[in-house]
Ligand binder design. Structure first.
Ligand code: GAL
Length: 932
């Protein structure tokens, strides 16, 4: 039975009624009023609609998948031919000039033509929409058959990242090198699952919503190729309705194809985000079909503009009505009964098989505004839109949104609800460390919590759209977001990156990205490119930019559109296209300090003034700064006596251990230390703020040591442990927080009598350092100085203590002491009570202690974990970019004294899980986590 009875059956019905009436008229009346005919057809269609159960359902189908990844030659069901990769070298400097694409000619048959029509809803020009060719590719392929025996395939639950467990590729010319994280992301894999439809689904439209799959997704249902979506970071929908049969035996088969040399970071592999079935009646709100904006926002009132797209997939035109009410959400994002506004009833006739947008407005009195924390509160509302045909409710659709005003002022910077808010931001890649790309809300929330503790209020989503739930978190927690989509356009950074599909997919990807995310109040700007090669190609590149810019503005004219520039200069055509100026490293100057003089590559003096002069009406901020590199808790001597230097074998680098000194002075070739960035920002107060590269370490791009697996640029390491740099930012971003932080640790048995500099990060302005209560001098920060340093301290075991002052008054202090040998272990959980929903996690930190309970920051003890009770160890990590032991291992070497173990409760379990840690020769320990 075909489920779309309102499609196919209704058409048949209508035709037979029409025939009947005509026969009748010829026999008796000879003339039949066409009006009557139309009314009659309308009634038939309406009757059928009225039988449809109209409640909207969004059903998670993350469970019960079977998974297979080829270890040998894969099938030939390819999307398109790709150029051959001749140069696998992945350690080119990040700011190298992107290069031209390579043409490929091949006669091999490809499936692209059947996939492209999936993009049609996101292509504006009707003549450019794709027509599905004849034929049904792959219909005879075994994996898409219902009766294919997939028992030997791996049972998996989504979100799933097939590569994260490793093993890491360790060899020099590995198929996946350091750039993409040394993990087995590459290749072709299949996912299969049966889905059930019941009588209650009769007449409904049933969609498959995939939030993200890496990459080149193609989907078959009951042997029929439905379509797909190549770009792995975008969310997409496929209509299952025409091919579903009642019963349990509907076979979904999804093929992914993940190329090597396709990214400059770890992409992950697999269906790594949530997957849903959406069931709606034939007259419903279209995919991401609502858009709410607020205007004229004042404390007294705000105007809300709403547009709702109604999709009518029934076989008759439908006169629909939309009524929308607005409710306040509580702190847990639950709808309250506080009805804040009502939009007037809107009516429209939606032609059969079409979509129509209906606009309306409402006034909201005394709105509770959304704003970034800590200055403001992130209040949220939900708009509940109900669609009726006649009296019958057809759909109820919720749109969470916030009311806020944004001003991008070239002098004052960003104003949210009229208040200047400095962007204290970081860049974040999409992976979640040892959990890989597989999205997990708690893991993302933990990252944001740690960043918040540092005073961070803004995130740039480099360089791709996130999981939708991440934006739910930033809305709820009050972070500002730059939502970004591309790292490359027509020109390429890696041989197989997005440039290959740019001609076909840049428009649909851009439109779908914005439609999905545009109701999130946390999103303040759209970035449609990062350091793209088109910066170098004058007018040609600017034209590509303008095309994308226009698409962005068509989808959302309320937010600025931008693309980040590490090369384009004010007098080039590229920046002129943009609403706001997003500078990567150019603001503070690239390779312009004395220590960078020997390097080749882009070189600029600080360009804030030049940009401001050329674009006096545009806000300027830095979308990337710093690229300071360090390995948590490791220090290399001697210490550079200036403020910023590129990492080298004699400046901060330890190539043998693949470590970079955490004095936080050493940077990527084009980078600058935080101190240098702060000074430049302070000297140019019109600059609206910065986004540091990067907040957390991420998998891949392990500059400067490509034999490692993960980056060195994070303020926080891959495990979520704070590097010293955390406190340098905290001191600046939370100036009222009383804090002081000493580095390095004070366990240097081999350095007795040697100069061992001591640096202090503090929100105070003056400090006195003591070694065993003997003063090493009191120092004050000079103008444009952000750390206090005692560079001539001669090491001897003992206790360092710093006492800091602000405006002459005592402020904060910190102590670091030489410890004894490693003797015992300590476990601490971020949360000791977790849910057994199969998703919630506890992040447990192991620290190695001496026999007096002091943290041994230099410990490398081998740690083993065991778990007892209804839970499992999901992953372990120590934050060392060069450690190639699998994240799935229950053992790990402590790194700078610490290890992270992530645990999850078995689904539906209750009780207590015990995690035990042991290490040869040390006193073991255990910790209980309760399960709710
Ligand atoms: C930038 C680039 C980032 C990252 C960073 C590394 O040039 O935009 O994606 O590669 O360098 O330091």
């Amino acid at each position: 039975m075909c489920l779309r009875i309102c499609g196919f059956n209704q058409r048949n019905l209508r035709e037979s009624y029409a025939r009947l009436i005509l026969n009748h008229s010829q026999m008796r009346l000879n003339v039949l009023p066409y009006v009557f005919l139309a009314l009659f057809i309308q009634t038939v269609a309406f009757d059928t609609l009225s039988q449809v159960n109209s409640s909207r359902q969004r059903i998670s189908i993350n469970e019960g998948w079977k998974f297979y990844r080829y270890t040998d030659e894969p099938d030939k069901l390819i999307y398109d031919i790709r150029p051959e990769v001749t140069d696998r070298n992945d350690n080119i400097v990040a700011d190298s000039k992107p290069t031209e694409s390579v043409a490929v000619n091949s006669s091999e048959s490809v499936l692209k033509k059947w996939i492209l029509p999936t993009a049609n809803d996101f292509i504006k020009d009707p003549s450019k929409k794709h027509i599905r060719p004849e034929g049904d590719p792959g219909k005879d392929f075994p994996f898409v058959q219902k009766d294919f025996n997939d028992q030997t395939w791996e049972a998996v639950m989504l979100p799933h990242d097939w590569a994260i467990k490793g093993p890491f590729y360790k060899e020099a010319n590995a198929i996946v090198g350091g750039g993409m994280g040394r993990l087995p992301v590459q290749g072709v894999a299949w996912y299969r699952k049966k889905i059930e439809v019941t009588r209650a689904d009769k007449g409904k439209n049933i969609y498959l919503d995939i939030d993200g799959a890496m990459s080149y997704t193609m989907v078959w249902l009951n042997g029929h190729l439905l379509g797909g979506w190549p770009y792995g970071y975008n969310s997409f929908r496929l209509d299952l309705t025409p091919f579903l049969k009642e019963g349990k035996d509907n076979q979904l088969a999804i093929r992914l194809d993940n190329p090597t040399n396709a990214a400059r970071w770890y992409p992950g592999g697999g269906i790594y985000r949530n997957v849903w079935l959406t069931k709606v009646s034939p007259v419903h709100v279209g995919q991401w079909g609502t858009f709410i904006t607020s205007n004229n926002v004042t404390p007294a009132k705000a105007m809300l503009d709403l547009s709702v797209e109604i999709e009518n997939s029934s076989a008759a035109d439908q006169s629909a009505q939309v009524r929308t009410e607005v409710f306040l959400l509580d702190k847990n994002n639950k709808r309250t009964t506080i009805k804040a506004a009502v939009f007037g009833l809107q009516k429209a006739t939606v032609p059969k098989g079409e979509k129509l947008r209906i606009a309306s407005s409402a006034t909201i009195n005394k709105p509770l505004l959304w704003g970034p924390q800590p200055q403001q509160q992130p209040n949220l509302y939900v708009a509940v839109s109900r669609i009726y045909v006649g009296d019958k409710l057809m759909d109820e659709y919720e749109t969470v949104f916030g009311i806020r005003s944004l001003q991008f002022d070239p002098q004052k910077g960003l104003l949210v609800n009229g208040q200047p808010i400095r962007m204290q931001g970081v860049n974040q890649h999409h992976d979640l460390g040892a959990l890989g790309a597989a999205f997990n809300t708690r893991a993302a929330e933990r990252q944001l919590e740690i960043l918040r503790e540092m005073g961070c209020n803004a995130i740039r989503l480099s360089h791709n759209p996130p999981a939708p739930e991440l934006l739910d978190l930033t809305d709820k927690m009050g972070f500002l977001v730059i939502d970004e989509i591309f790292d490359s356009w027509e020109r390429k950074k890696t041989p197989l990156d997005f440039h290959l599909i740019f001609p076909d997919w840049s428009e649909p990807d851009t439109r779908s990205f914005i439609r999905r995310d545009r109701n999130h109040p946390s999103v303040i700007a759209w970035s449609y490119g990062n350091e793209v090669g088109e910066q170098y190609t004058a007018d040609t590149g600017a034209l590509v930019s303008k095309r994308l810019y226009d698409i962005v503005k068509e989808e959302d004219s309320t937010r600025p559109a931008t693309a980040s520039m590490n090369y384009a200069k004010p007098d080039m055509p590229f920046p002129a296209v943009m609403d706001i100026m997003s500078l990567n490293y150019q603001g503070e100057g690239i390779r312009d300090a004395p220590a960078y003089q020997h390097l080749r590559g882009i070189r600029t003096s600080p360009l804030y003034p030049a940009f401001q002069q050329k674009f006096p009406d545009k806000l300027i901020y830095s979308s990337e700064t710093a690229s300071t590199l360090s390995t948590r808790g490791t220090y290399v001597f001697p210490v550079f006596d200036g403020f910023s230097a590129p990492v080298g074998d004699s400046t901060g680098g330890n190539p043998k251990a693949e470590e970079v000194s955490a004095y936080e002075l050493y940077t990527a070739a084009f980078g600058a230390s935080p101190d240098k960035v702060f000074a430049s920002q302070d000297k140019h107060p019109y600059v609206a703020g910065e986004f540091v590269w990067s907040g957390f370490d991420y998998l891949g791009e392990p500059t400067p040591y490509y034999s490692a697996r993960s980056s060195y640029s994070g303020i926080v390491d891959l495990a979520g442990f704070k590097k010293d740099r955390f406190y340098l930012y905290q001191a600046r971003w939370l100036p009222d927080l009383k804090m002081a932080h000493i580095l390095p640790h004070w366990n240097w048995p081999d350095r007795i009598g040697q100069v061992t500099p001591v640096h202090v990060f503090t929100s105070g302005d003056e400090a006195e350092l003591f070694l065993d209560n003997i003063s090493l001098g009191r120092k004050k920060k000079a103008a444009y100085e952000y750390r206090l340093r005692w560079d001539n301290v001669v090491y001897k075991p003992g206790t360092l203590r710093v006492v800091t002052y602000k405006d002459g008054k005592p402020w904060a202090s910190d102590t670091v002491a030489t410890t004894g040998a490693s003797a015992q272990l300590r476990l601490q959980a971020d949360r000791k009570l977790i849910k057994s929903d199969g998703k919630d996690l506890s992040f447990i930190t192991l620290e190695v202690m001496d026999n007096k309970g002091a943290f041994v920051a230099s410990s490398t003890s081998r740690i083993s974990f065991e778990i007892e009770g209804p839970g499992e160890i999901v992953a372990t990590d120590n934050g060392d970019p060069a450690d190639l032991e699998s994240f799935a291992s229950h053992e790990k070497n402590a790194f700078s004294g610490m290890v992270l173990v992530i645990i999850r409760a078995k689904t539906g379990a209750k009780g207590v899980v015990k995690i035990k840690a042991s290490s040869p020769g040390l006193k073991p320990t255990e910790l209980a986590v309760r399960i709710q």
